[in-house]
Structure formats: C-alpha cells, structure tokens
Design a protein. Structure first.
Length: 235
C-alpha cells in the first residue's frame, strides 16, 4: 500500500514540477514587446534585392515609413514585390492584436541559443494562422520568424547592428512561398533575358517561391510621423 501511495503521489508531483520548469512564454514575449514599443515611428532608406522564379526583378531603392502599432508605407522608385508581413516592424505588427503564446523549446542557430515561441492569433479573421518566433533572450530580439498564412508561408531572418537596443534590424531576408499572381511586364522586366523572343516560356506554377533581401540605412526614429503620410495615395 505504501509503495502504491508513493507512486500515486509522484504521478501528480512530477508533471507539476515539469510544468513549473517550463519558461513563461508570455513573459518572454512581453519583454520583446517592451523593446519594440520604444519605437513609436521611423523612416529609413531601403535597398531591395528580389529573387523570384520566372521573373527578372531589378534591384530597387525605397523609403519605408512605420508608425505603431501597424502602419507601414513603402515608397519605391522601382517595383518592389514584397509580402506585407516583411515590412515595418513585423514582430510589433504580429503582436499588436490578441494572441496565445506557447513555449516549444530551444534551438541553436549560428552559435546562438534561441527560444522558440509559437504565436497563435486569437481572431480567425486575419491572414496569419500561426507564427513561430526564434528569440535571442540575451538580447531580447527576434532572430527569425516563420508565418503560415491563408495563402502560403513567409520566413523572415533579421540581422542587427547599430540599433539593436531598439530592435531595429540592419538587414531582413524574406523567403516566401505564395500563390502565383499576374504582374505587368513593364514592372517586372523580361522573364528571361537570355531566352529567344519566339521561345515559349514555361508558365509559373500555382505557388511562387522567392526571396528578398532588405538593407536598411539612415534611420530617423521617433520624429512624430504624421498619419497623413500613410493616408496619401500615389499620384
């Protein structure tokens, strides 16, 4: 009887002990939010390199505007084809609406011990269904995000430098797998500059894979951007 009693007690104590040792996902995410909330707004120059199958997209320059919690505007001198999840402060935008945060473990990437947190939006009306954050807790920044959306998947990898203390990246690499869509040739350029004019081109698949590298420079932070900037339409 005594042995059975001990086993019975341990069957409750061990799970509770393991639960108590699990990191608090909400506390980790709140610390991240506090860092990003220091940035009320910013504008920055962006150099954009896009690589999309079947398309020859020229390198372009742009001006990016952001204002909390989720206002973004990208002004480009050329054509910049980017998933909307990749501009502004993606983490701040993701965490600006109600969500459930779950701790799922640790992973070492490039020598950094990162914490994995899954973010599940409470509302089922948005585009994002589920996101995974790779968090560097020692610096309170997100190193990588993958998001499953209603249309496909988007992955973001962040490189930090001068503005690490504010969580603002110097580079963002975006990888995406999204549905095919039609784009005017005047915007994309030739699909294949080496192909002959009369040669039939292979049509894109239903899903288009691609990547983009964004390099930020000349940040202007917390200058009080007007809402009118985000309401202006291109002429």
């Amino acid at each position: 009887m005594k042995l059975r009693t001990i086993v019975f007690i341990l069957s409750f104590v061990i799970p509770l002990t393991l639960l108590s040792q699990t990191p608090d996902a909400n506390a980790i995410v709140t610390k991240i939010k506090e860092k990003y909330n220091q940035v009320k707004d910013f504008e920055t120059d962006v150099n954009i390199k896009v690589n999309v199958e079947f398309l020859n997209v020229p390198e372009s320059k742009a001006k990016l505007y952001f204002k909390q919690p989720n206002k973004t505007k990208l002004e480009s001198t050329g054509f910049a084809m980017l998933p909307k999840q990749g501009i502004g402060i993606p983490v701040a935008t993701l965490l600006s609406t109600p969500y459930t945060a779950l701790y799922t473990g640790k992973e070492t990437i490039n020598g950094k011990n990162l914490t994995l947190i899954k973010i599940i939006p409470v509302s089922d009306t948005g585009d994002i269904i589920l996101s995974t954050l790779w968090i560097d807790e020692s610096r309170s920044v997100v190193q990588k995000i993958t998001s499953s959306t209603r249309r496909g998947t988007v992955q973001l990898e962040f490189g930090y430098g001068k503005y690490l203390s504010l969580g603002l990246p110097e580079t963002v690499k975006i990888s995406f797998d999204l549905p095919n869509f039609s784009l005017p040739k005047t915007l994309t350029g030739d699909i294949s500059s080496d192909s002959k004019k009369d040669e039939k081109k292979t049509p894109p698949s239903k899903q288009v894979k691609g990547s983009a590298t964004l390099t930020y420079s000349n940040y202007s932070i917390n200058k009080g951007l007007s809402d009118n900037i985000f309401n202006e339409k291109k002429k």
